[in-house]
Design a protein around this ligand. Sequence first.
Ligand code: ATP
Length: 348
Amino acid sequence: MPVAVELRNLRKRYDGGHVDAVDGVDLATEEGEYLVLLGPSGCGKTTLLRTVAGLEHPTAGEVVIDGAVVNGLPPRVRKVAMVFQSYALYPHKSVLANIVFPLKAEKLDRAEREKKARWAADLLGIEELLDRKPRQLSGGERQRVALARAMVRDPQVFLLDEPLSNLDAKLRAIARDELKRFQERVGTTTIYVTHDQAEAMGLGDRIAVMDRGQVRQLGPPVDVYDDPADTFVARFIGSPPMNLVKRGGTLVGFRPEHLMPAEHVQGEKVPLQFEVDRVEYLSGDRHVYGTVTGLGEDTRVIARLPSMMVGEVTEGSHEFAVSADRVRFFDEDSGLRTDPVRLGATGG
Ligand code: ATP
């Protein structure tokens, strides 16, 4: 039965630090959930994970695993397995010896240890590699060895800290998919740290978006994408990020894929004048750069148009629009979401 992890008003300030690396986080996973911590470098993701693992002691607050407060308990008894960015495999040991290593401290005989290692290797598809040394493996294979080593301890919780960051883009996409399917099979509660929003969107049951030690928003990928709680989340998630146009004290936000030639927008729409100055061709999309006028202050924005959808978009002035129900509003000072404002929409 998978267990849940809960953090109650967790704080961590390092010796000599002037701010809390983790600044009052309340967060609970579901049992068996894949929770992704997403945020820019330095926002406290690793610190949070290390505090759950027991490698750091919180300055305040509680870490609860499977219903019990584990503050003060050493990492080993917490039944968590952490896989770091650098896999930290023993270079001179074989893959098998690396996987078996954490079991040495447990009262298992050699045959049982090996059986367990082979079970994990089989699950991760690395049974052919058991006699090799880490340097004879690809980055993705090393990652699987590190995962297998984490698995043999029967962890109740996986803590993964950017485990894919050493892989090239192609291998990363494959490893991401593997990791997700693997987690679905074993069903172990997983907290996964990344600064890569595409990875977070692809892997997470829910995403906790962090900034400067705090959780800005927690929700399923579709929610943080479609309904960002503030401008930080709106900009951090999505590539290119959400367009934000200043209008009085309000920021009017819309995603690049929702800015389209007016004739393609169904229903009630917010019309805009789009002065296009550059078009970038990507594989399946076009990124169209320019300035919107007439909505608020003249602002540079990006539209993302599927190549198959429209004909040529050329430099110059175009009638564009955004579907009214795709527009989001934020307070300029606080950055927080606000109630919708009427923008002189037409149609519907
Ligand atoms: P990254 O994605 O770059 O790994 P992160 O989100 O994981 O970043 P942390 O490593 O948790 O961020 O760091 C959070 C803050 O705490 C940073 O400001 C960092 O400088 C500080 N910090 C981290 N470790 C220590 C330490 N051992 N002593 C003092 N300050 C630290």
